[in-house]
Structure formats: structure tokens, C-alpha cells
Design a protein around this ligand. Structure first.
Ligand SMILES: NC(=O)c1ccc[n+]([C@@H]2O[C@H](COP(=O)([O-])OP(=O)(O)OC[C@H]3O[C@@H](n4cnc5c(N)ncnc54)[C@H](OP(=O)(O)O)[C@@H]3O)[C@@H](O)[C@H]2O)c1
Length: 342
């Protein structure tokens, strides 16, 4: 059985990975690491492991993790992940990095948006963007998988069938997304304190969120043309989930049936995409604690506007579930292994 380790295992995404990997039928857990000097019982952070579970999260030791692992998941904050992920890649491990550090192909774009020098530019061309619905064939052979961001996952999957089939205009794409608070990670900030979030709702980083270039990079590759988007994120007073409302304009002569058919075919061929139809829309409840991206659409005949609603769980399809899906593809397992009934 192959062995998987998690660097940054105390994180929100790390604890989700522990929960899934502990029940995965084809892999076992090797090392779980933290910066802390003190050992942490994994069951204290992941109660679902049960009281007899003896997995321990220990201070990071590169040699031990390298010795213990075939696959290394890196769940460190962006800008810190690049060195660790690069070092394990150099040791010929399969690395699945949940941070943003290897998602953008262009180092200058990364350095502009993340305000940090990229120390492993040499690996940007090796990394494969881990969105299975678009890059499945490349993921099968990748040793460095850049797991997508949570907002980009919901946004891109809502636009992919439309751009792929050339059904919409490129000059007007508005993505209005609302995320639960776990999307910000466990580090406290003024904006994510209970008193700020509870009974409140607002936009932030309007048109300057760091996920914008990642969305544009992927959509441009799908459309074979430069795509610019307007992306407006909001913070919702819920724990988990992202709902994105996407506004686009159809090309002249494109009928409602054709738009619906594009999504139907997409969902039929993808294990983790569900299409609700025209006039039916997902809510967060349907996707929380699942690896699904659920989609519904509406068409305004007067304005030719197409409205796409997507919903995902930011910690699963937007992070750890997708990371397991990528591992399953890379290792040749069923794509759904460990991911149904999480
Ligand atoms: N949250 C989401 O919905 C989501 C979705 C997609 C992608 N991501 C990305 O996945 C990665 C992990 O996200 P997360 O939300 O799970 O993170 P998180 O809850 O904020 O945890 C980050 C972990 O990194 C470790 N760490 C090591 N050095 C650190 C430092 N200098 N400052 C802070 N933490 C440090 C911490 O573990 P110790 O304190 O135990 O050392 C901590 O548990 C990030 O790059 C994030 O952008 C997150």
C-alpha cells in the first residue's frame, strides 16, 4: 500500500485530508507534521477518527517525511509552500500542493499578485494545474500537482462547458462569489472574528483578489483566447461552502437547449459534477461535506444573459477532496475512491 504524508496537518485542509485518508481503501497515512514542538494526537483535531486511533502530528522533519512517503500533501500558507513542495519534488515524491505557489505559469504574475519572490521558478513549467475536469490526462503523469484554489474551482467549472463549446461572448464575464469563513484558513484576523462575521455579509478585495489571475489563466487555456473576468468575492457567515453566481452573454443564435445540453454532457462525463437543469439551482447544503460541484443555469432571452450558479464545499471540491481526486487519478485508482460518503 502506498503511503501519504501531510505537511501542515493541523490546517483546516490538512485535517480534512486526515479524515479522508484514514478511510481511503488504497493508501495509508505516513507522517503528519506541524511547526509545534509538542506532539498532537490527530484524533483531537479530527474527532471522527475515533478514540482508539493513534495517529500523531509531529514536528516537521524533512528526512522522516521523505522516508515515510510516496505522496506528500502540502497544506502550508502560500509563499511558504514553494520551498517544501520543491524539496519533496526534488526527492522524487509525488507532491500535491494545496497552496497557490505553483498554480500560475508565469513567475512575474505570481510575484505581482502574491508580493513575494518565487524561489522555485524552475518548477512552474513542471507543475500541472489539478483541475481533473480539464487537465485529467496531464495529472496522470504529474509529480507536482498544483491543487486549484477554492474560488477558481467553482468559477471555472461553471464557465468551462460554455467556453469549450464557444457558446458565449468573451468580453463580459462577471463572477460574483460568496464563501464561508473556513476559506480564510485558521489564522485569526479582524475580518474573520465571530463578531465581524456573524449576522453580517460583505464584499472584499473587489476586483483585486489573488485568485483572479488563476481563473483567467485557466479560462484562457480553455477558450484559446485571452479571457479577462470581473471577480467579486464576499464573506458569508457560514462555516463552509462557496456559491458563485456567474453572468455571461451568449453568442447570437445560441438556443437555450444548446446551453443546457453543454452542461448536461459535462455532468454526464464527470463523477463530481451535477447539473440541476434550467431554472433549478443548488444551495450550499447540497454540497457541504461532499466533493461535488453542483450547477444550475438560467437564461434571460431579453438581454441574452446566461446566469450560472455553482456550489462547492471549499474544503473538499475546493481543496482536500479535489487533492484526493488528483491523487486517485495520478495513482490509477478509481477517481471516487475515499470520496463518496465523506
Ligand atoms: N481554507 C480553504 O478553503 C482553502 C481552499 C483551497 C486552498 N487553500 C490553501 O491551502 C493551504 C492551507 O490552507 P488552510 O486554510 O487549511 O490553512 P490554515 O488552516 O490557515 O493552516 C495553515 C497551516 O500551516 C502551518 N504553518 C506553517 N508555517 C506557518 C506560518 N508561518 N504561518 C501560519 N501557518 C503556518 C500551520 O500549522 P502549525 O501551526 O501546526 O505549524 C497551519 O496549520 C493554503 O495555502 C491555502 O491558501 C485553502
Amino acid at each position: 500500500m502506498l503511503t501519504c504524508s501531510i505537511v501542515g496537518a493541523t490546517s483546516f485542509t490538512g485535517t480534512e485530508l486526515i479524515r479522508i485518508l484514514a478511510r481511503h481503501p488504497h493508501v495509508k497515512i505516513g507522517s503528519l507534521t506541524t511547526r509545534s514542538e509538542e506532539k498532537i494526537d490527530a484524533r483531537d483535531l479530527v474527532p471522527a477518527l475515533g478514540k482508539a486511533n493513534d495517529l500523531v502530528i509531529e514536528k516537521f522533519n524533512f528526512k522522516k517525511v521523505a522516508r515515510d512517503s510516496d505522496v506528500v500533501f502540502v497544506t502550508l500558507p502560500h509563499t511558504l509552500a514553494m520551498k517544501v513542495a520543491g524539496d519533496f519534488y526534488d526527492e522524487e515524491k509525488i507532491v500535491i500542493d494545496l497552496s497557490a505557489d505553483f498554480r500560475l505559469h508565469r513567475a512575474d504574475l505570481y510575484e505581482d499578485w502574491y508580493q513575494e519572490r518565487h524561489s522555485r521558478k524552475d518548477l512552474l513549467k513542471e507543475a500541472v494545474y489539478g483541475l481533473p475536469e480539464i487537465y485529467r490526462e496531464q495529472i496522470k503523469h504529474a509529480n507536482l500537482i498544483a491543487n486549484p484554489g477554492c474560488y477558481p474551482t467553482g468559477a471555472i467549472l461553471g464557465l468551462y462547458p460554455l467556453l469549450k463549446a464557444d457558446l458565449i461572448k468573451h468580453d463580459f464575464i462577471v463572477i460574483d462569489s460568496k464563501s464561508g469563513v473556513s476559506g480564510a484558513g485558521k489564522k485569526l484576523s479582524q475580518a474573520t472574528q465571530f463578531c465581524e462575521v456573524d449576522e453580517n455579509f460583505g464584499a472584499y478585495k473587489v476586483n483585486r483578489h489573488q485568485h483572479t489571475p488563476e481563473i483567467e489563466q485557466t479560462l484562457s487555456e480553455v477558450a484559446l483566447a485571452k479571457i479577462d473576468v470581473t471577480f467579486v468575492p464576499h464573506l458569508l457567515p457560514v462555516n463552509r461552502g462557496i456559491l458563485s453566481t456567474i453572468y455571461v452573454r451568449r453568442k447570437p443564435g445560441i438556443k437555450k437547449d444548446k446551453l443546457a445540453k453543454a452542461f448536461e454532457s459535462f455532468a454526464e462525463s464527470e463523477p463530481f459534477v451535477r447539473f440541476y437543469g434550467v431554472g433549478k439551482f443548488p444551495t450550499l447544503k447540497e454540497v457541504q461535506y461532499t466533493n461535488f460541484c453542483d450547477i444550475g443555469i438560467e437564461i434571460d432571452d431579453k438581454s441574452d444573459q446566461v446566469i450560472v450558479i455553482t456550489a462547492i464545499d471549499n474544503l473538499l471540491k475546493g481543496a482536500s477532496g479535489q487533492a484526493i481526486q488528483n491523487m486517485n487519478i495520478r495513482l490509477g485508482f478509481s477517481e471516487e475512491a475515499g470520496l463518496i460518503g465523506v
